[in-house]
Design a protein around this ligand. Sequence first.
Ligand SMILES: Cc1cc2nc3c(=O)[nH]c(=O)nc-3n(C[C@H](O)[C@H](O)[C@H](O)COP(=O)(O)O)c2cc1C
Length: 159
Amino acid sequence: MKTLIVYYSLEGNTRWAAERIAEKLDADTLRLVPKAAYPDKGFKKFLFGGKSAVMKETPELEAYEVDMAQYERVILATPVWAGTMAPPLRAFLQKEDLTGKQLALVASSMGGSPGRTFENIKALLGVTGDVPTLSLRDPKSHPSQANEDALAAFCGKLA
Ligand SMILES: Cc1cc2nc3c(=O)[nH]c(=O)nc-3n(C[C@H](O)[C@H](O)[C@H](O)COP(=O)(O)O)c2cc1C
């Protein structure tokens, strides 16, 4: 099944996961890049990103070229920010129509809990049924067997 993995990543963990999944499922990837980069260091990182997530901001994204029509399945991957999706993913979801696509969701967090990320993405898309999900704990900066097992199970389900 032709699959696109759409992801945003500030510090590389979600990107790491997206690339691993792409490799295993032979999928394409689309990296979302906000025109105004979020700070990636120190206190400002949590302050600016956290506020933006809580305010449900939809930052302008750098232009991307993708023909959504050619993909039957879309996997959405995001870091967890203040318990929900990072704003660049929200901006993408507001712009694109994913009606009729098979969906799967990936969240990378520091604490290992996706918070309300999956529910919020589904609510934004108006999806009510079951959607495969994968929750990872900083898979690039803190590699673990638990992450590896979860990733393998997720890819096995989608293969
Ligand atoms: C603005 C901001 C808010 C965050 N909020 C949470 C949170 O609510 N819960 C959590 O477990 N981790 C939180 N984190 C940590 C990231 O979700 C985690 O480190 C993630 O793996 C980073 O992914 P990335 O490397 O792709 O950016 C936050 C990080 C940032 C920058």
